[in-house]
Write a protein that binds this ligand. Structure first.
Ligand SMILES: C[S@@+](CC[C@H](N)C(=O)[O-])C[C@H]1O[C@@H](n2cnc3c(N)ncnc32)[C@H](O)[C@@H]1O
Length: 331
């Protein structure tokens, strides 16, 4: 992507997201940049692994008019229901297929629906505004609700199980690793001492007091602990590791994968995977001079991740931490 086209995309971003907000209430992040980067043409086939409110999906469908096709997945049945409603016309005329599935199963789902060899795949990671806003889903420390955080409510393990049944040490490790929280031990100790904990509000308060209050922190003291629990409940990092090689196999040569991540743990996985696939040599860690030469399977389109322009951040604060990386399959 050239700087000019990127600036153009960012200039239009504000206007476009505003229009979509009225329809979906979830403002798609870096939408113009993503669409520009995916380089979709009329008639192209695409996969959106994270349908959410369907903001990006609507843009993909528009860009591939009149006969491009889109397969949309989401782990959350509520997102699927919303998308089925929003895209009823496209589904009816065969332009779109919507499937309730985790993107870790994308290859199987895509093959079932004849979507192998696609031109573009999008993963817009994390949670949607719908999920955050609905207190009953238990994702947010801002809205009091049950300790749930499951993207797919059919799944057995919820945040309640982790908070109330895990040994203190495992809980501390999870908060440290997935929340990058340096007070993890203190927080885990406070949680175990106050069990059972039923509500997100209760947990947020407890985490805050375990750290001695707010003390001028920019983010709420419970943010990192909530992030850790969400990642743990939904096994977000392992699902991401599983989906990336599947995306490569599903793309046709010249096809592009765009991934939008919202924290450094996700972004690191995407960055390293792209670098490894773009490399022409795989070192052998067991031999100081060992390794094998190989033909790279992707070209990295975004040397540095694309981030939101100030106008987008002002309009949609969720975009502040977004990082977009794009790779193209080359063989
Ligand atoms: C940030 S939102 C996507 C927003 C969407 N791009 C839009 O424009 O409205 C992320 C969505 O991905 C879903 N999701 C997260 N991880 C998933 C996974 N492993 N498999 C399938 N869906 C997932 C969430 O349920 C959520 O609806």
């Amino acid at each position: 992507m050239t700087n000019d086209s990127l600036q153009d995309a960012q200039a239009h971003s504000h206007q476009a997201t505003e229009q979509q907000a009225a329809v979906t209430e979830h403002i798609p992040v870096l939408a113009d940049e993503t669409l520009l980067g995916l380089r979709l043409r009329s008639g192209d086939w695409a996969i959106d692994g994270t349908l959410g409110g369907g903001g990006h999906a609507a843009r993909i469908l528009r860009q591939s008019e009149p006969d491009g096709r889109l397969l949309g997945l989401d782990a959350d049945p509520a997102a699927i229901e919303r998308a089925t409603h929003r895209f009823a016309a496209e589904i009816a005329d065969g332009r779109m297929v919507v499937v309730h599935a985790n993107f870790a199963e994308v290859e199987t789902v895509a093959q079932q629906h004849g979507f192998a060899g696609v031109h573009a795949i999008l993963l817009d990671l994390g949670v949607s505004s719908f999920q955050l806003a609905e207190a009953e889903r238990g994702f947010s420390w801002q809205a009091d609700g049950p300790l749930d955080m499951r993207m797919n409510p059919d799944q057995e393990i919820s945040a309640w199980d982790i908070v109330n049944t895990w040994p203190e040490r495992d809980l501390a490790d999870l908060i440290y690793e997935y929340g990058e929280e340096r007070h993890s031990r203190r927080i885990a100790r406070a949680i175990v001492a106050r069990r059972p904990i039923e509500r997100t509000g209760q947990l947020a308060e407890l985490v805050e007091s375990a750290q001695g209050g707010r003390r001028g922190q920019r983010i709420h003291p419970a943010t990192r602990t909530f992030q850790a629990l969400r990642i743990g409940v939904n096994q977000e990092l392992s699902k991401l590791e599983q989906v990336l090689p599947q995306c490569l196999r599903l793309l046709r040569p010249g096809g592009r994968l765009a991934v939008i991540s919202f924290h450094s743990l996700e972004d690191r996985i995407v960055k390293r995977w792209m670098q490894q696939e773009a490399a022409d040599f795989t070192p052998d860690p067991t031999h100081p001079m060992g390794g094998i030469s190989k033909t790279p399977s992707v070209a990295i389109i975004t040397r540095k991740p694309i981030t939101a322009a100030d106008a987008e951040i002002q309009h949609n604060p969720r975009s502040r931490s977004a990082k977009l990386r794009i790779a193209e399959r080359i063989q």
